[in-house]
Design a protein around this ligand. Sequence first.
Ligand code: ZN
Length: 249
Amino acid sequence: MSGCDEPILPVKDSQQTATAGEIPADIWDQLDDATRGAIAEGTKYVALTFDDGPRSETTGRLLDGLRERGAQATFFVIGTQIQCTGNECLVKRMKAEGHQVGNHTYSHVRLQTADESTAIQEIGKNNVILENILGEGEYWLRPPYGLIDSEKAKLAGTPMIYWSVDPEDWKYLDAEKVTASVIDQVKAGDIILLHDFYPSSVDAALKIIDKLQPEGYVFVTVEELFRIYGVTAEQGMLYATPRHIRPLC
Ligand code: ZN
């Protein structure tokens, strides 16, 4: 399925036992840290993140694969890609199918070296595009290349998300190699960086899920990962995982 057809909600594995991700937010918020930690440690939660899309040739197939596997992900999208014909539908589909959508700037600028007005425009313009498609909300930022200085970080106005596992999929363009790299490095609480722009990365993502789900890994959105770990993501902070903040340059 691709485009703006009716979204189908993820299929839950009937063998799966109750996990933190299935506990309603209001109940979860009332648990103490020790209880939350014990539940979170019992299941290995990780977040797959995809940058630089949406792309019609690849993102629809990825969404199909995620839905078939009951896996959630986070997409940090670029404004110029959203504006390609038909791609607004992919963004709608992401949200409708339970994924998180975040901001990767309008045209993938290097925020660290951009002047202040360019940075404000690049973040703001893409935010407006997302609000027009998905409605008002907080669209967390992933700075292109993971680079942002402390002054621009204050302007971002949202939490910022880095990563803790980077298989350099854009460089290798090799699904087997990228899959092996992630399997080798991954642990509970990680945020994995991939790019839905490349067919090999879509193949890798689905292989990664197929290998890790039988080992007890559950794929959640970045927001959900923070909720599970009991961490409130703060504006202007750059997180590699809910428990690891990156220093700003
Ligand atoms: Zn990027």
